[in-house]
Design a protein around this ligand. Structure first.
Ligand SMILES: [Fe+2]
Length: 221
């Protein structure tokens, strides 16, 4: 028997198909807006700001629900539509140390987690290797916390680093396998997990790292 332990898994029995359809309709409308008028990153920030204010007043974590929707809009666009070529995100910290290529992210001697080696190539929009692209890599530790966000004694740049792709656009680095994590304050709100499940979403973000490129118009394989 297989047991699913991934906390970002949503039991299909909990999904409300009509609610999913309504959210999809909203998404379709936003996709039209994106393709007809454009949907810059400033729009995302403005919308998230309003949603966060509503959350502060009502306790309803609408911003959390909306963010995955927006990421899908930005990432699914024509011609590799992307909101920005910068590397900024709420968990990004500038000044990460340079690591080798292949290299290893800075980590504590007893860093918990399953070792992971990630590798690939950075290509331009025509599929040609991009040499010397700066790649920022950062992800949460095995307890779901990013370094430098809490006063928890973890070094600021733990599990954060950058490297430059080789002549063939290749990169490789060693780290620990990221895990799914959630915002514990949000997850503690009464009934919110049920609402998320009804929409086919989880309060947990799937395990991920956050590689970002310093050059625009790139894709990776
Ligand atoms: Fe994250």
């Amino acid at each position: 028997m297989t047991t699913i332990t991934d906390p970002s898994y949503v039991d299909p029995a909990l999904i409300n198909p009509r609610a999913v359809r309504l959210v999809e309709a909203f998404k379709d409308a936003l996709i039209r807006l994106r393709d007809e008028e454009g949907l810059p990153y400033d729009d995302l920030n403005a919308a998230a700001d309003v949603l966060q204010k509503i959350q502060a007043v009502t306790g309803a974590p609408l911003a959390l629900m909306a963010m995955p929707l927006y990421s899908e809009l930005f990432q699914d666009g024509r011609d590799g539509y992307t909101p920005s070529d910068d590397v900024d995100s709420p968990t990004y910290i500038p000044g990460s140390p340079r690591i080798g290529n292949p290299g290893t992210l800075p980590m504590r001697p007893d860093e918990p987690g399953t070792p992971l080696i990630a590798s690939g190539r950075v290509l331009d929009g025509h599929g040609r290797p991009l040499a010397g692209a700066r790649m920022e890599i950062y992800h949460a530790a095995n307890n779901g916390n990013y370094s430098g966000q809490y006063d928890d004694g973890v070094p600021t740049h733990n599990l954060r680093g950058h490297l430059f792709t080789d002549a063939d656009g290749r990169y490789a680095f060693t780290t620990v396998t990221p895990i799914a994590y959630t915002d514990r304050q949000v997850a503690a709100i009464d009934g919110i997990a049920e609402v998320a499940s009804a929409l086919g979403r989880s309060l947990y973000r799937p395990a991920h790292s956050s590689p970002a490129w310093s050059a625009p118009n790139l894709r990776f394989e």
